[in-house]
Write a protein of this length. Structure first.
Length: 104
């Protein structure tokens, strides 16, 4: 990579070290039982989905059918949140860290 390309990237909060990394397989696999959970920060909440950034660079979406039934969508103080029906202080909003499992 040319030196001119090694610049700080504000969106990634760092320097991109490589482009077009080589992979030995074109299939990504998540192995259940080893590390089946991912953790990420909520960046957007909508009535039908929760958007998450994983490891600071990969995005994930949890669709409404995969959100636990205990959570109800609300708009509180102009912000979209999912609030637990059984634990009023348990809520999912922008900035919340979530742990989730990837479905096949």
């Amino acid at each position: 990579m040319a030196t001119a390309e090694k610049r700080f990237n504000e969106a990634l909060d760092g320097v991109v070290l490589t482009y077009e990394p080589k992979f030995s397989s074109n299939l990504a696999k998540i192995l259940p039982g080893i590390h089946p959970y991912f953790e990420g920060e909520v960046v957007k909440v909508g009535q039908q989905s929760i958007h998450i950034i994983v490891l600071g660079l990969s995005s994930a979406v949890i669709a409404d059918e995969d959100i636990q039934e205990d959570f109800k969508y609300k708009i509180k103080h102009g912000k979209e949140v999912f609030v637990s029906k059984s634990h009023k202080n348990h809520r999912i909003k922008v900035g919340t860290t979530l742990r989730f499992v990837v479905k096949k």
